[in-house]
Unconditional design. Structure first.
Length: 229
């Protein structure tokens, strides 16, 4: 009797283990790429997925947006200025089957593509464009990376350049250039003010020269000012 009970327990345990191995539960943002005897048998989920033990194999894929930090890249701009640039890439899987069958590691591959594209695109831009036209460069990077990851079932939604680091000597040179530009603008404004003042004085002289009464009035105003002082 004891031996029969032990056998029954073993059989029930084996059945439970097989049932546990045959049932998978996928969340709303997950999909399962199913392989049956090595051949892809479709995409399942979300919800309960039944597998044939020993025959089926499942690869779980997340459809949520992934935030990928691109390591800092050393870039030489088109005007031969060295810069160190890092960025962040947002992407998500839109084709679970392609992301498993077409590429071995989709996240790693996307990271490598982002790094090479970052160096390539920013190396064709001037330093001024790199500092002032980030929105346009972000759009260019997003389009190029997305075109290359599309066959893998990956959609790149956003690329953002986070920081641009330039050498200290270049920062000092840019500061001197900005200061010189401010001085130039101040001199131009002062010269324009002098020109306008000279024009007003010339107009006043014309009025006074043609109107003796105006000349006398101006003379009296000057005396009043001297008396007040």
């Amino acid at each position: 009797m004891t031996a029969a009970l032990v056998a029954l327990v073993l059989v029930l345990t084996a059945v439970l283990c097989v049932a546990a191995a045959a049932v998978r539960v996928l969340r709303e943002y997950e999909r399962a790429v199913l392989f049956r005897l090595g051949r892809m048998a479709g995409v399942r989920g979300p919800g309960v997925v039944l597998l044939v033990p020993g025959v089926d194999r499942m690869v779980r894929v997340s459809l949520r947006t992934v935030t990928l930090n691109v390591p800092p890249q050393d870039v030489i701009t088109r005007d031969n200025v060295p810069a160190r640039v890092d960025a962040v890439v947002y992407f998500r899987v839109i084709d679970a089957a392609a992301s498993v069958v077409s590429i071995e590691d989709a996240v790693k591959a996307t990271s490598q593509i982002a790094q090479t594209t970052l160096r390539s695109v920013l190396g064709k831009a001037d330093l001024d464009a790199l500092l002032a036209e980030r929105e346009r460069l972000n759009e260019d990077l997003q389009q190029i990376i997305d075109e290359q990851t599309e066959p893998w079932g990956i959609k790149v939604t956003t690329v953002e350049i986070k920081d641009v680091g330039i050498p200290t000597t270049m920062q000092r040179a840019m500061a001197r250039q900005a200061e010189a530009e401010r001085e130039r603008r101040a001199k131009v404004i002062h010269a324009e003010a002098e020109l306008q003042a000279a024009g007003k004085l010339a107009q006043a002289a014309d009025v006074i020269s043609t109107n003796p009464a105006a000349m006398q009035l101006r003379y009296m105003q000057s005396l009043a000012q001297l008396g007040g002082e």
